[in-house]
Design a protein around this ligand. Structure first.
Ligand code: NI
Length: 137
């Protein structure tokens, strides 16, 4: 995602509401971005990564972050079963014990979008799972 890997930059003209540009400029200043263009390019990349995922790219990399209550019956077994079912796409899993009842699991994935989609959907519907967020890269 670094700009040094970008082959050729093209100048484009966009029509954007003033308040959006104001907010962008605020972020540019706060994060000390070298330019408004660099910030806009980063935002565009994230937008397009999300679109690729929704539009069914054949392969995808990213991380699935799951927060769940481990007291729910079978939730740990089901999480394991789902991940083994998508083993070709699962690169690594990190488990954090948040508090007495809640766990956070980060599943790094790299593989077929269909497998990842099935994994995300399967985890989402498990009893005890509070939130599931897939972040494609
Ligand atoms: Ni735990």
């Amino acid at each position: 995602m670094s700009d040094s890997s970008e082959s050729e930059l093209e100048r484009v003209s966009l029509t954007v509401p003033g308040e959006l540009i104001e907010e962008l400029d605020g972020v540019v200043e706060e994060l000390e971005y070298p330019s408004r263009s660099k910030a806009a390019r980063d935002a565009l990349r994230l937008f397009l990564a999300d679109e690729r995922w929704r539009q069914g790219e054949t392969t995808q990399q990213g991380s699935i972050v799951v927060v769940y209550n481990h007291d729910a019956p079978d939730v740990n077994d089901e999480l394991l079963r789902l991940q083994h079912g998508a083993e070709e796409a699962v690169v690594a899993t990190q488990h954090v014990h948040f508090d007495t009842h809640r766990c956070l699991e980060t599943i790094v994935v790299d593989g077929a979008s269909e497998k990842i989609r099935r994994l995300v959907d399967g985890v989402r519907t498990l009893d005890g799972v509070e939130t599931v967020r897939f972040t494609p890269v």
